[in-house]
Design a protein around this ligand. Structure first.
Ligand code: NAP
Length: 253
């Protein structure tokens, strides 16, 4: 029987590339995000059969929990990709309480609800793969992404703790930390930076590429390749790890 995956934040970027890679590997994929048109189009592009989409706002569980429960009861998910849009940037000293609450709701609380919904089904099968997508800021906080840094570290710690609880059931929990990756998110960050500095898009892009030992940004597919591997049978003994896909940029062991 085909494995079934729920890929959150799948309408574009890393989530989208992950959905495509998992489908290529023979997994039946449900793609989840807010943009129905993009999800519908993506389902049509996925290799193989058995794919569908689910529309909802991850930060507002009332929009998706019943639907997810229904789908999971009918045909259980054994792969869960926990991904969403990054919180907006800014100095942490200026961040409003609501920004922290929203970031924790969209990332930490939503992840917890998603896991609690599908976890028992994974336990029954003695197989599960849970992957969080965060940021290299888990290792080295990024200036002016204060709320994001805080939420990412919380997610990484939550995932590590969860990995200890779920390991006896054959369920792995890992954390993938993208570096600069060519997605709409990165484009909007470069654009905002260029505007704030009065520089061109190309100037900022080049200066960011210079920060990476490989002198280039990642393709979303390169990050998706690692995620798909962590979801495979071959990765059964890898759990509780945070792994960067960043061209060697993060300067810590
Ligand atoms: N790209 C990079 O360079 C980079 C670097 C480090 C970390 N990251 C992090 O890695 C993750 C994925 O990055 P990305 O570049 O692929 O991001 P992206 O291009 O912004 O895509 C984010 C995805 O999440 C969905 N999403 C956002 N808010 C949502 C909500 N409230 N409910 C449901 N779905 C929601 C979006 O779809 P809808 O708008 O259709 O809902 C979209 O499919 C993000 O957390 C990002 O911050 C990215």
């Amino acid at each position: 029987m085909k494995k079934r995956a729920l890929v959150c934040g799948a309408s574009q970027g890393i989530g989208r590339a992950t959905a495509k890679e998992l489908a290529q590997e023979g997994v039946a994929v449900t793609v989840f995000a807010r943009s129905e048109d993009k999800l519908k189009a993506l389902v049509g592009e996925l290799a193989g059969e058995g794919h569908d989409f689910m529309v909802g706002d991850i930060g507002n569980p009332a929009t998706w929990t019943d639907e997810l429960q229904k789908r999971h009861s009918a045909n259980p998910y054994s792969i869960l990709i926990l991904n969403s849009g990054g919180p907006k940037g800014g100095a942490i000293s200026q961040a409003q309480p609501e920004e922290f609450m929203q970031a924790m709701q969209n990332h930490l609380v939503a992840n917890s609800i998603l896991v609690r919904t599908v976890m028992d089904g994974m336990k029954q099968k003695s197989f599960g793969r849970i992957v969080t997508i965060t940021s290299t800021s888990v290792k080295v906080p990024i200036p002016h992404l204060g709320v994001s840094n805080t939420a990412r570290a919380a997610v990484a710690s939550w995932g590590k703790t969860l990995s200890l609880e779920l390991a006896p059931y054959g369920i792995t929990v890992n954390n993938v930390m993208p570096g600069f990756t060519k997605t709409p998110r990165l484009e909007s960050l470069i654009k905002a930076k260029a505007e704030s500095l009065g520089k061109s898009y190309a100037e900022v892009e080049t200066s960011w590429k210079d920060l990476v030992p490989m002198k280039r940004f990642a393709e979303p597919e390169e990050t998706a390749n690692l995620i798909a591997f962590l979801c495979s049978d071959k990765a059964a003994y890898i759990s509780g790890q945070s792994i960067a896909v960043d061209g060697g940029r993060v300067g810590c062991l």
